[in-house]
Design a protein around this ligand. Structure first.
Ligand code: FE2
Length: 490
């Protein structure tokens, strides 16, 4: 019945497309629309600006309404006198009603620490120009005592959905409150949770949930970089199994079209794994879902995703990336090395209670042993400072850990070891997870509510981790981390 209704709508739209004519062409636009879901991602010397449009009907076909995506930009809002360079458009859903076009342009060779204004250009058909927006580029590193940066980090978020998720809305409101003291955002997997609704009505709710999520976070993504990495909820259109999903909604396809990270520029792969520099930090985004041995969302698993480049390429790239970041001249300039991936390696969870449509169930929410086997030896070997994870729906800060997962010291003042943070408290539709007290000796801080974190890098030796409660919008914990960068503490 639902399929019949959708098909009827398609026929009506096609009929209207025949009887209505747009000025200057045979195609129609009901009205000119705004570019949607405007989003920014980092490039080595600039940014990618991306946005989404709906296309237009030309008799039986849905046509790309933005054949030449372009952005005008400059440092004066009245004179956006430069034009973006390279551009491209992608699309993945063949069904016209839900099909979208994803446009991307590059702004390169920008000055450091500079505020730029930009405007997405009007197209000949159907798409209005955007308003004039702005963003600020990464600060120039002059010396280690200057240019502090703040990275806001959220995981496992979603948004208000058909089954209601009021808490995610509160987290997004809290995130907006911290825009003015953030340089950029990282979303460490489980982004829109569209896959909880994928099987309903011709897969339309899957795309619709993605659209509504990207609209909800546009006030953030349109004015500062929003760096993403893959979680299990990005893998396919239905979390329970990929078998009912059409091919074009499997294997992280929506995720890799709806965002555009600069994977290949760092030797990585699409939005799946890549690295970038920002201020005094080198940041590596890894894929804990596929492309390594026994990966939890890999081929043959329920989500049956990857391997994109086999099971060895990501790890080989990861080690080579850290070798390069650890060269003395590079580590002197960017001493903080942050690795982020969706699934935690350690934490005091062995099982968790989550909710499906309001009903509590016990779900395996284990720390990822396969991730630990694959990535931990490399994390340890190259003196990584932080491992930022999500997936488990709480916030937990662990004391610095050695390569065996043992606590190095019960403080953060000039000790070795990787500092693991689990930050999956964005407010996933499946609810907060209950506390398992079986394994708490590593725990330095815990919060069982909803929120996100902010990593404040003050200089080359001092940083502070802040944890923010979505309900009050207040910082509920700040933990200082000191690394003098001598001896073993690289
Ligand atoms: Fe997850």
């Amino acid at each position: 019945m639902a399929t019949y209704a959708v098909n009827m709508i398609v026929y009506i739209l096609m009929f209207l497309s025949i009887i209505t004519k747009d000025v200057g062409g045979s195609a129609i636009c009901w009205t000119k629309t705004d570019p949607e879901h405007i989003r920014i991602a980092l490039r080595p010397t600039g940014v990618t600006i991306s946005w989404t449009t709906c296309g237009y009907w030309d008799f039986w076909n849905l046509i790309n309404d933005t054949p030449t995506p372009q952005v005008a930009y400059g440092t004066d809002p009245k004179v956006c006198d430069k034009l973006s360079s390279y551009n491209f458009t992608t699309s993945y859903n063949p069904y016209p009603i839900v099909k979208r076009f994803f446009h991307n342009v590059y702004l390169d060779n920008l000055d450091a620490g500079t505020k730029y204004y930009y405007k997405i250009q009007e197209t000949e058909k159907c798409v209005r120009a955007s308003s004039i927006l702005s963003f600020t580029t990464a600060p120039l590193i002059i010396n280690c005592e200057l240019q502090p940066i703040n990275i806001s980090i959220v995981g496992d978020l979603g948004l208000n959905t058909y089954f209601n998720n009021y808490e995610a809305e509160q987290t997004i409101i809290a995130m907006k409150k911290y825009i003015s003291i953030s340089n950029f955002f990282m979303h460490i997997g489980d982004i829109s949770y569209a896959d909880l609704y994928g099987a309903i009505v011709n897969f339309d709710f899957y795309e619709d949930t993605w659209n509504r999520f990207q609209k909800a976070i546009e006030p953030i993504t349109s004015i500062m970089p929003y760096q993403v990495l893959p979680g299990n909820h990005e893998a396919t259109c239905l979390q329970l199994s990929d078998k009912v999903c059409p091919q074009h909604l499997k294997n992280f396809t929506a995720y890799n079209n709806r965002f555009h990270m600069s994977g290949e520029l760092s030797g990585g792969y699409k939005n799946m794994w890549y690295s970038y520099d920002y201020g005094q930090a080198h940041i590596v985004m890894i894929n804990t879902e596929t492309d390594f041995k026994d990966a939890p969302s890999g081929p043959g698993t329920t989500l049956n995703a990857g391997n994109f480049l086999g099971i060895d390429s990501q790890l080989a790239w990861f080690e080579q990336d850290l070798i390069e970041a650890n060269k003395p001249e590079n580590r002197a300039e960017r001493p903080w090395i942050i690795v982020a991936g969706h699934r935690p390696m350690f934490g005091s969870t062995s099982k968790a209670q989550v909710q499906i449509a309001g009903y509590p169930i016990i779900a395996p929410s284990d720390n990822c042993a396969a991730c630990r086997d694959a990535f931990l030896p490399i994390l340890c070997k190259y003196g990584v400072d932080f491992f930022m994870a999500g997936h488990v729906h709480w916030m937990e800060l662990l004391y610095p850990l050695d390569c065996n997962g043992d606590v190095v010291a019960n403080h953060f003042n000039n000790v070795d070891g990787v500092i693991h943070v689990t930050n999956g408290a964005g407010a996933a539709p499946t609810g907060a997870e209950t506390v398992d007290t079986a394994d708490m000796y590593r725990r330095a801080f815990f919060f069982g509510g909803y929120g996100f974190q902010q990593l404040e890098i003050k200089n080359c030796t001092h940083a502070t981790l802040h944890f923010i409660d979505s309900s009050t919008k207040q910082i509920i914990n700040s933990t200082d981390v000191v690394r003098s960068r001598s001896a073993n503490n690289i």
